[in-house]
Design a protein around this ligand. Structure first.
Ligand code: ATP
Ligand code: MG
Length: 400
């Protein structure tokens, strides 16, 4: 006897009314996509249930991949057997004795197939007795059992499950359109990307680099971060923008600690053009209220002036320790703290304005025609696609 199915539960989706079909189709597609390395493993749906058919494949590596997929509420290993009493008993015993670190159990029976000759209550007692008389250390606890051995008798077969593993929650990636994630090498932006994905948003990333002030390793950091995020969704396209010339010019032309404000506005202007080109309807950043000079309310208001696109800021009200906890959980923390400089840390003025005024910024920007440099940066964008399986799959240039 062995586990041959994984049962997928998708709680929140049930609430989504007529969008439900779209969500469930997308979820099934995302699961299938994650499991392309396992050609024998199939994903199927019957009557509001989704199952993975293992077809001889060991469950652990599949479980590991699937538990990161957004839209899944919980998962259980399941055994499918014929609607036959002795086999059901045997499978229930297998489920109990294969569970780890448990002392108490409870049996529940759901008899959907009313043609099955033993009624639920009677079967519950029968199975409980069978489990107790074939094991030594377990006891029954109907109120707070360590595990529940669940037996569901359906028309086509009986399914037996025990332990429940928590899924990643959220909504299937791809059900809420796309966003352009401004991805630096820091701690915050990958966490912001993760949280956007959790609500079903697919991401593309944009990164501003300033070689030779930023190194090849700083770029690698961003690629590695994006790759971590692909654990939770499909492959990610990264737009790497050559920002050196523009950035140097900004800091030459802009006095009074306003350089950083202008730089941020340029980042948004370029990001908006990329959004237009790629048909993306929003941007996402790792901004967090009050963290640094560019993230005061005044600063955000002044920076935001250059775009009408919605900017998703999932971390805006979080505490740093909450953000760090998530970055550990999604395994981006160790990459983020690698000590390579990004373009912002290098060019940051000694005393950036914490209350940059719009009229001042607009005046400074009007003194120089940045458009040709913006165009040049756009034309120099390098696109790298990363996916869960391969690192940088392919790179191609000259999008604009
Ligand atoms: P992070 O930890 O994400 O780097 P941060 O706390 O360092 O954020 P800032 O440096 O003010 O904060 O950056 C704010 C946001 O601007 C980042 O979260 C990111 O979304 C975006 N950003 C900053 N630098 C870059 C860059 N070089 N390329 C792309 N986006 C960037
Ligand atoms: Mg940063």
């Amino acid at each position: 006897m062995e586990y041959d199915h994984i049962l997928i539960r998708y709680g929140e989706l049930a609430l989504k009314g007529k969008n439900r079909k779209k969500f469930v189709d997308k979820l099934q597609q995302n699961i299938q996509h994650k499991l392309t390395d396992f050609p024998d493993v199939k994903v199927k749906r019957t009557q509001g249930r989704m199952f993975i058919l293992l077809n001889g494949q060991a469950p652990e590596p599949i479980m590991d991949k699937v538990k990161n997929i957004f839209g899944i509420h919980s998962l259980s290993l399941a055994i499918k057997v014929e609607n036959e009493l002795e086999t059901i008993k045997e499978a229930a015993l297998f489920a109990l004795t294969n569970a780890e670190k448990i002392n108490t159990f409870k049996v529940t029976v759901k008899r959907i197939n009313k043609g099955f000759p033993v009624r639920s209550q009677e079967l519950t007692q029968m199975l409980g007795g069978h489990l107790l008389s074939n094991t030594e250390t377990f006891t029954v606890d109907v109120h707070q059992p360590d595990i529940e051995v669940k037996v569901e008798i359906r028309q086509e077969a009986t399914y037996i499950t025990s332990s429940v593993v928590r899924g990643a929650g959220g909504l299937p990636v791809g059900t809420s359109d796309k966003t352009l994630l401004l991805l630096s090498g820091g701690i915050d932006s990958p966490v912001a990307g993760y949280l956007a994905m959790k609500r079903g948003v697919q991401i593309e990333a944009i990164h501003f680099e300033s070689p030779p002030f930023t190194s090849e390793r700083a770029k690698q950091k961003v690629i590695d971060l994006a790759e971590k995020l692909t654990k939770f969704g499909p492959s990610i396209k990264i737009h790497i923008v050559p920002f050196t010339k523009l950035q140097q010019r900004i800091f030459q032309e802009t006095p009074d600690g306003y350089g950083m404000t202008v730089m941020r506005r340029m980042m948004l202007r370029i990001s908006e053009r990329v959004c237009q080109k790629e048909n993306i309807l929003s941007m996402t950043t790792g901004e967090n209220l009050g963290q640094v000079a560019s993230q005061t309310m005044t600063s955000m208001n002044t920076i935001n002036e250059v775009t009408n696109y919605p900017i998703i800021r999932p971390l805006i009200t979080m505490d740093k320790d909450e953000i760090i906890n998530i970055s550990h959980a999604i395994d981006t923390f160790d990459i983020s703290i690698r000590p390579y400089e990004d373009c912002c840390t290098i060019f940051v003025p000694k005393a950036p304005k914490t209350k940059p005024k719009k009229d001042r910024v607009n005046y400074f920007e009007s003194k120089f025609d940045y458009e040709p440099l913006i165009q040049e940066a756009l034309e120099g964008i390098e696109v790298i696609r990363v996916s869960d399986q391969n690192k940088a799959e392919d790179a191609f240039e000259g999008l604009f």
